[in-house]
Design a protein around this ligand. Structure first.
Ligand code: FAD
Ligand code: SIN
Length: 540
């Protein structure tokens, strides 16, 4: 089947849905998403969205905090643009129907009263690296509030067709011989309907990658299962420029419990006074950074890693027991209940935590309007590398980035719908001689192997030797996975495996290129930051 639209959006998180709502005013929109429409990293976001909304704060302070966290690689023009546009985008999100927590007159109040429409009344939280309170949140379930509000708005809009359980396989690029000198043009993507097994050709005048992050490349991650880096891998295969893949953010505090799947304990807990302690109760962040427990994330995650390696302990502890239990239960109801379900009452005992892969600062290289290096191909949200985060993202800046770039990208792309574009004739998907696999065990074996060696060799602290080992392994695995891909009928598991292997290879390559330590990339063989040679993006 061939489906033609003005805009093809791949992904239904905050980036894809916000873009869809805007683009629907200019043309028809198809949005494909590989599971149920709500399933996304966005849905699980806890802390909130960073923006300057109080008289005590300033754009200059938010810009400074972002640039300091980014360890010399943020693009100052992009930081300034995103920070200054923040309040407009928060207002717009509230107009779409999202409601956020209201400031409490009394810290023992019963409810954080999600349902505020007036920006002046918002409760503003604090997180690592922020010098001021500026995190707009809906208790500790900010992402769920945003995702549900956007999905409702999309439904009400009525002109956006959502295809659930449809996974993009690869982008369709094409150029006439005469245009070849100017590079390829993207005209859509081949998409697998997971239920029927059919592959459809989705053609569009503009294709928007909003496929989120790649946490599943690592054995331990706060990310949901959808985070397999598909957009980055597809763009790379299509020939787009990819940047800064070595900068993987590890969130310092994920619940340490065999059944908790690295459940995130929001940085907002430390923002409200939570303290990291060793098993014997010693607070240790005082020796690592003047901001102590609220230092930027790279510093806190590395400090925990160092302490764990030094003592051989399996976890450290996050302690918020000093706070009034009523406050904890109303400010963090989800965290409280979830921890309780694993046997930890956070109002009474410190909770065991470890770092886990959380966010990818690199991705598809874009300009300030979301344009990739391939014509008619755009990238927004966590899939993109816009220059905002540099070598380390400031907490709660990613939801903000997704909103700002969805808006700017739509302004840039809207004209594509109006113009008649001669979409070239694209052949339908051909299965060739592929047959159904009789060896699905290869998928689970390789899936496990990639994620494990990425965790052990390309984690918080790296070395030349470990990177070399990882490189050798990924080359072998990629060859094996490719052979499997060409011989057998595509399934969603196979596509995701192929993508995590591609993203793993990109992370390893970028990490090998950067011969220094900076932000989230720490190599024990080059422990110093080398501004003279390396104050620049790594572009592949
Ligand atoms: P996502 O929300 O991840 O959406 C990606 C979409 O793409 C999904 O719908 C997925 O199914 C779809 N998709 C992927 N591949 C394909 C494919 N091949 N075909 C079709 N569809 C595909 N950031 C903050 O700023 N503040 C926070 O408080 C915060 N808390 C977080 C808490 C957790 C637990 C996690 C995991 C992340 C958190 N982050 C937070 C990061 C933030 O949530 C993400 O960076 C952001 O939501 C990404 O939005 P997105 O729209 O780019 O991608
Ligand atoms: C958190 O709530 O700690 C996550 C915030 C983020 O990743 O920005």
């Amino acid at each position: 089947m061939e489906i033609k639209s003005d805009f093809l959006i791949i992904g239904s998180g905050i980036a894809g849905l916000s873009f869809a709502l805007k683009a629907a005013k200019f043309g028809n929109v198809s949005l494909v998403t590989k599971r149920e429409k709500w399933e996304s990293a966005t849905f699980y976001a806890q802390g909130g969205i960073a923006s300057v909304l109080s008289a005590e704060d300033s754009f200059e302070a938010h810009i400074k905090d972002t640039i300091e966290a980014g360890a010399g690689l943020c693009h100052p023009d992009i930081v300034e643009m995103v920070v200054r546009d923040g309040p407009n985008r928060i207002r717009e999100l509230m107009e779409f129907g999202a409601s956020f927590s209201k400031r409490m007159a009394d810290s023992r109040a019963k409810d954080f009263g999600v349902g505020v429409n007036n920006i002046e009344e918002l409760d503003l939280g604090k997180e690592g690296g922020h010098s001021k309170r500026r995190i707009v949140h809906a208790k500790d379930m900010t992402g769920q509030e945003i995702e549900e509000a956007l999905l409702k708005a999309v439904k009400a809009e009525g002109k956006i067709t959502i295809y659930e359980n449809h996974i993009a396989i690869d982008l369709i690029t094409h150029s006439k011989f005469i245009e070849k000198l100017n590079g390829d043009t993207c005209w859509g993507a081949y998409i697998l309907n997971k239920k029927s097994g059919d592959v459809h050709t989705f053609l569009a005048k503009g294709t928007i990658l909003a496929t989120g992050g790649a946490g599943k490349v690592y054995l331990y991650t706060s990310n949901p299962d959808i985070a397999t880096g598909d957009g980055i891998a597809m763009a790379y295969r299509a020939g787009a420029s990819i940047a800064n893949m070595e900068f993987i953010q590890f969130h310092p505090t994920c619940l340490y419990h065999p059944k908790a799947k690295s459940f995130l304990i929001s940085e907002a807990v430390r923002g409200e006074g939570g303290i990291l302690r060793l098993k014997d109760g010693t607070p240790f962040m005082t020796s690592y950074h003047p901001m102590k427990d609220l230092a930027p994330r790279d510093i806190v995650a590395r400090a925990i890693d160092f302490e764990l390696k030094k003592s051989g302990a399996e976890c450290v502890y996050l302690d918020i027991t000093d706070k009034d239990p009523a406050f904890i239960k109303t400010r963090f109801p989800n965290l409280y209940e979830k921890c309780l379900s694993f046997g930890f009452d956070i109002t009474e005992t410190p909770v065991p935590v470890v770092p886990a892969a959380h966010y990818i600062c690199g991705g598809v290289l874009t300009n300030d309007c979301g344009e990739s290096s391939i014509k008619r191909l755009f990238a927004i949200g966590e899939t993109a590398c816009t220059g905002l985060h540099g070598a380390n993202r400031l907490a709660s800046n990613s939801l903000l980035e997704a909103l700002v770039f969805a808006n700017r990208t739509c302004i840039k792309a809207q004209g594509l719908a109006a113009k008649d574009a001669a979409i070239p004739r694209i052949p339908a998907w051909r299965t060739g001689g592929a047959v159904n696999s009789d060896e699905a065990v290869i998928i689970s074996q390789n899936w496990d192997e990639v994620r494990r060696f990425m965790w052990n060799y390309v984690g918080i602290a790296r070395s030349n030797k470990r990177l070399d080992r990882a490189h050798r392994r990924i080359e072998n695995l990629r060859a094996e996975i490719n052979e499997y891909y060409w011989n057998f009928t595509v399934t969603s598991d196979l596509l995701e495996l192929r993508n995590i292997a591609t993203v793993a290879e990109l992370i390893i390559k970028c990490a090998m290129l950067r011969k220094e330590s900076r932000g989230l990339h720490y190599n024990i063989d080059y422990p110093e930051t080398d501004d003279k040679n390396w104050k620049r993006d790594t572009i592949i």
